[in-house]
Design a protein around this ligand. Structure first.
Ligand code: NIG
Ligand code: FE
Length: 403
């Protein structure tokens, strides 16, 4: 674990709620890191003597922000769906392609058939690009196995990513992604398989359990049952909710106190109020709307209703093959109505909140020292220059890992 002193920070985003403004900005700042954690952050003029001995990294006036927390991805998969993407651009709908046995089903077939080392290889390559663009923590779901063996294999692959890269992985079991083809005449049988065999096996391999609760996937009652049993196995709930229609998933997330409700493209005022009241975070995906050519997610409405908002890539081969959280920050402002400071918060502290990681997404004493030095003197350049990689250096647990 590394000790480090960052000096000459032109603008520091702390996300410290005890400082002014949402981002708790400090100008002409320094950050002291001891044992991989933030020991002190503030104006450099106030730096205590005890930290002056630490190995110094001069940021030469550049901005420093917390590492991105990408709180929702489907990073482990095999196969290629670029043809399906082109098919959608020609006018076919996601739901039609899925119902015809394509979409998620085609990724399931490819993932089941892939050797474990090649699955890992693909995931590590994607995670490496993510890390290079500033993502220091990534949530990774199963959900392209839909059989006991492949679901567990996916979770093991997800864990192994951090053997190869300095990126933290949070794992989510998504055995209830869709009903696989071989159970198309027996959905109750598949729900039993998930509950009786997959959940006990996934326990210990995942922190969270997710269910795709939507038209063409699982009903509210099925999702409630699966998530209730998952809780007994130590997995906290999150939901793919109200992505394709008014599925009732958002209300279910609030009812069971899920950690997050994700997507939420079709929510009512009542859903917003319920999420705000229970403290369930909302994770929304401006890049999915872009790829699906639909209206942007209701990030503004969620924020105004008092819901804790996160933005994430949803990186997957179908609805958003996007790895870059900087682009997501840009899209959240340019399409989904967040201000630059809200979008940056949602990509960092908001993501950590959705994953219930209290010591990430902020730069305050005790926090994990995951920091990004930008090739810019203000965080504003991120949404201002969408698509440009502005991360000059990635610092993970206090150690420069990419520059
Ligand atoms: O988050 N909506 C469900 N799951 C993914 C898409 C998965 C896929 O199309 O492969 C999503 O959008
Ligand atoms: Fe997703």
């Amino acid at each position: 674990m590394t000790d480090l002193l960052l000096t000459g920070i032109g603008q520091l985003v702390t996300n410290d709620s005890d400082r002014d403004g949402l981002l708790g900005l400090v100008t002409d700042a320094a950050v002291a890191v001891k044992g991989g954690r933030v020991a002190w952050a503030g104006p450099e003029s106030e730096l205590l003597k005890e930290f002056r001995e630490l190995p110094e990294l001069d940021c030469s006036g550049r901005a420093v922000i917390p590492g991105f927390v990408d709180s929702h991805t489907h990073l482990v998969f095999a196969g290629d769906r670029s043809d399906e993407f082109a098919q959608r651009l020609r006018g076919d709908s996601y739901e039609e392609i899925l119902a015809a046995g394509g979409g998620i089903h085609s990724t399931v077939a490819a993932t089941r058939a892939e050797k474990t080392n090649l699955l890992l290889n693909g995931a590590v390559h994607r995670a490496k690009r993510m890390l290079g663009m500033g993502t220091t923590t990534v949530e990774v779901k199963s959900g392209y196995g839909l059989d006991l063996q492949t679901e567990i294999r996916m979770l093991e692959v997800a864990r192994a990513i951090s053997d190869h890269l300095a990126i933290d992985v949070v794992r989510t079991f998504l055995g209830a992604h869709v009903v696989p083809a071989e159970y198309s005449d027996d959905r109750a049988g598949y729900v039993r398989l998930v509950i009786e065999q997959m959940l006990p096996a996934a326990a210990g391999h995942a922190d969270f359990c997710d269910v795709f609760c939507d038209d063409g996937a699982f009903t509210v009652d099925e999702a409630r049952e699966i998530l209730t049993v998952a809780a007994r196995h130590g997995m906290k709930a999150r939901l793919h909710a109200n992505q394709l229609g008014h599925s009732g998933g958002a209300a279910l997330a609030a009812e069971i106190g899920a950690a997050s409700a994700d997507h939420l493209d079709h929510v009512t005022q009542d859903d917003l109020a319920r999420l705000a009241a229970t403290g369930t975070a909302a994770v929304v995906f401006p890049s999915v709307s872009l790829s699906m050519r639909i209206d942007p997610p209701p990030a503004r409405q969620l924020w105004d209703a008092g819901v804790s908002v996160a933005i994430a890539t949803d990186c997957n081969p179908g609805t958003s093959y996007v790895e870059n959280m900087q682009l997501v920050v840009g899209l959240a402002t340019l399409t989904a109505g967040l201000t630059p400071e809200e979008a940056l918060w949602a990509a960092t502290r908001g993501g950590a909140t959705a994953l219930q990681l209290a010591d990430k997404g902020h730069v305050t004493p005790g926090a994990v020292a995951d920091l990004l030095m930008l090739e810019a003197d203000t965080y504003l350049e991120i949404p201002y220059r969408p698509g440009t990689d502005l991360v000059r250096m990635v610092i993970k647990d206090g150690e420069p890992v990419v520059s």
